[in-house]
Design a protein around this ligand. Structure first.
Ligand code: SF4
Length: 244
C-alpha cells in the first residue's frame, strides 16, 4: 500500500469494509489481491493457447442476476468518492457489453471522450479497439469492456497506485459477475492491476497468465498503437491467441 495511506485511520478501515461489502455482493469468497497469478507464466506457443480455463468453483448466475448485479455495482461506482479524482470527473465510466461475455477487455482509465459520454473506449483508441474486436470476428456488444479506473485522471495522466488499489474491487466484482473465459489487458497499468506485475507490456505480451481461473492475455493499449502503428502486428498475434 502507498505510504500516503493511513493504515490505522477510520478512512482506511471504512475503505476495507467497503471493499469487503462490494466483494460479498459480487459473490467473492476471498480477496485474491496479494497473489493474482494462479500459475507461472509460460511461453506463448500454439500448444499453450489450447489450455482450457479451469472449471469455476462458483455457482452459475443467470443473465438477470448478472444484469442486476452490474447495475447495482454501477450505482455504487457513481457515488464513489474514494479518490481525489472523483472531484474532476464529469461522470464515472463503469463499463459496457454483454453480461455473459466470454471475453473481457480491460483498459487503464477513461479519457476525455469517455468522461464526456460515460462510455468506455469511445475515442480514437476506442474506435481502434472496436476494429481489433471485429478482427477476431466478434461484435463489440458480444464482449465486455471496462477500465481499471472508473474516473478519468486529470489530463489523462497514468493512474496512481492508490487509485488503482481503490478501484480494483469494482473491476474484480465485474469480472466475478461476468465470469469470462479470457481477459485481455490493454497496456501496462491494466496488466499490473489484474496480475500484480510491474513489467512493460513488451515483456508480458506473448505469454499467457491466469487470474483466478481466467486466462489473461496482455497486449498493448490501442492508444499506444495509434502512436506506434508498427506494433499492430504484435497485437494481431495476441488477438489470435485470445480468439483461440
Ligand atoms: S477511480 Fe474508482 S475508486 Fe477512485 S473515486 Fe473513481 S470510482 Fe471511486
Amino acid at each position: 500500500m502507498p505510504p500516503s495511506q493511513d493504515f490505522t485511520g477510520d478512512r482506511w478501515i471504512a475503505q476495507i469494509r467497503e471493499h469487503l461489502r462490494i466483494a460479498d455482493r459480487a459473490g467473492l469468497e476471498w480477496i485474491a489481491r496479494p497473489a493474482r497469478i494462479r500459475e507461472p507464466a509460460r511461453p506463448n506457443t500454439d500448444l499453450d493457447v489450447a489450455t482450457p480455463a479451469s472449471a469455476r468453483p462458483i455457482p452459475p448466475l443467470d443473465v438477470a442476476d448478472r444484469v442486476a448485479a452490474l447495475a447495482s455495482l454501477d450505482d455504487e461506482v457513481k457515488r464513489c468518492t474514494r479518490c481525489e479524482i472523483c472531484h474532476s470527473r464529469k461522470q464515472t465510466v463503469f463499463g459496457e457489453g454483454s453480461p455473459t461475455a466470454r471475453l473481457v477487455f480491460v483498459g487503464e482509465a477513461p479519457g476525455f471522450e469517455e468522461d464526456r459520454t460515460g462510455r468506455p473506449f469511445v475515442g480514437p483508441a476506442g474506435q481502434l479497439l472496436t476494429k481489433m474486436i471485429e478482427a477476431i470476428r466478434l461484435k463489440r456488444e458480444e464482449v465486455y469492456i471496462a477500465n481499471v479506473l472508473k474516473c478519468r485522471p486529470p489530463n489523462n495522466r497514468t493512474p496512481e497506485q492508490s487509485e488503482s488499489d481503490n478501484c480494483f474491487p469494482y473491476l474484480h466484482a465485474q469480472i466475478r459477475t461476468i465470469r469470462p473465459e479470457v481477459i485481455c489487458t490493454l497496456g501496462a497499468p491494466a496488466a499490473r492491476a489484474v496480475l500484480g506485475l510491474e513489467k512493460p507490456v513488451g515483456q508480458m505480451r506473448g505469454r499467457i497468465f491466469h487470474f483466478e481461473d481466467i486466462t489473461v492475455v496482455p497486449t498493448y493499449h490501442p492508444a499506444y498503437l495509434l502512436r506506434n502503428p508498427a506494433d499492430k502486428v504484435l497485437v494481431g498475434k495476441d488477438l489470435q491467441v485470445v480468439a483461440k
